[in-house]
Design a protein. Sequence first.
Length: 129
Amino acid sequence: MQISTDCWKAARDVGTGSKEEWLAAKRASEQEEAAAWAKQFDMPPLEGPEKALDWGERSRHRLMTAAHNALVIEGSWGEADWVELEEKARKVGRAGWWIDQRDAEGSDLVELLDAAATEQDQGTENPFR
């Protein structure tokens, strides 16, 4: 995630920490929010290299939130449509896939998930779901 110079300067003026400290605190806050969201909406843990898991989880949360805003809140989707999209998202378990999509528009998530139908991106299926 890149931050704009204006955002960093505004945050810097409020606190006395460095850019790295501010960014670390922001990522920790986003990680906590993403983990709580994943638990609340029964999203499975992601798979991949250890260093990619948190980034993938934050990317998934950000993209799913953007998609919900674009498709449900601002769009015409109903609950049934959204539940179907959530199910597709649960099947994509590779952290790298979510990281690769981090800059996508929320409205593009439908097509992205349809294209992610490969086993490589879907990860291990939970037989208890």
